[in-house]
Design a protein around this ligand. Sequence first.
Ligand SMILES: C[S@@+](CC[C@H](N)C(=O)[O-])C[C@H]1O[C@@H](n2cnc3c(N)ncnc32)[C@H](O)[C@@H]1O
Length: 281
Amino acid sequence: MNDIRQGPDKARVFEEWRGRARHWDAWADRMAEMADRFNQPLIEATGIRRGERVLDLASGSGEPALSIARTVGPKGHVTATDLVPDMVASGARRAREAALDNIAFEVADMESLPFSDGAFDRVTCRFGLMFVPDPVRALAQARRVLVPGGKAGFMVWGPFEDTTNFTVLRQAFADLFPEEVHDFETPFRLGADGAMKALFTEAGFAGVEERELRFAPEIPTRVKFWHPNVDMTLGSRLEGEPESVRAALEERILARLEPYRTGDTYRLAAHIRIAIGRHPA
Ligand SMILES: C[S@@+](CC[C@H](N)C(=O)[O-])C[C@H]1O[C@@H](n2cnc3c(N)ncnc32)[C@H](O)[C@@H]1O
């Protein structure tokens, strides 16, 4: 059974995300509108307002940090952080191109944050905590850097089988490379009902709450909606493979999507969870 307190090895995580960074950077701008649809519920749940100082952890290519910078406005400030320098550079590029000047970027491991106690009004993290070896330690760090009464909001995927885009990709990958083990599960390791609530409580947060968000996107079959997911999840694995392998993977994805097709529409599902907690003092 998945131990929610014991995450993956950090050196392996670092290498994986370093390899993925350029694929994330390549898609980030085209995905921004969709990303913001996930960012807004996190911003709302964390109670972020104009003028606040926000720390975003594991920001990747700048999500949700860029959306938060727009929310807090010119009198507020966002510190966007990630373990991987190439990811931090990607977020910084996007902020520069969007002319956002209330945001700073910094390499930081969320298990040992280089910020003083009480430095932030809010802490956020979108789809990052599952990659950390010791999530309770990371959450305790998030609590430490909050002002008394400040709030943290962490977004994670629900259980693996609840999000079609990923289940289909895993099936298609297994069809094509039956002998190969690929870790599709880690991003979903904290998705069980109550898992995040238990971790937040253990890390010393007060007023802990866990919310469930379900999406049921309906997408025309002509839209290659899986394309970013293939690149962002498997881009580094597929580097160097001939075009025929990509074509074969696409063919398997289409086959595995068949159960979700009605006429010219795919009816998909996605399950996201948000945990919120308050600095107790
Ligand atoms: C799924 S991506 C999420 C990126 C972004 N928040 C988003 O939602 O698009 C996970 C990110 O976690 C980062 N990460 C993994 N372990 C970390 C750690 N210990 N501290 C900070 N960031 C970490 C990775 O480098 C990667 O950018």
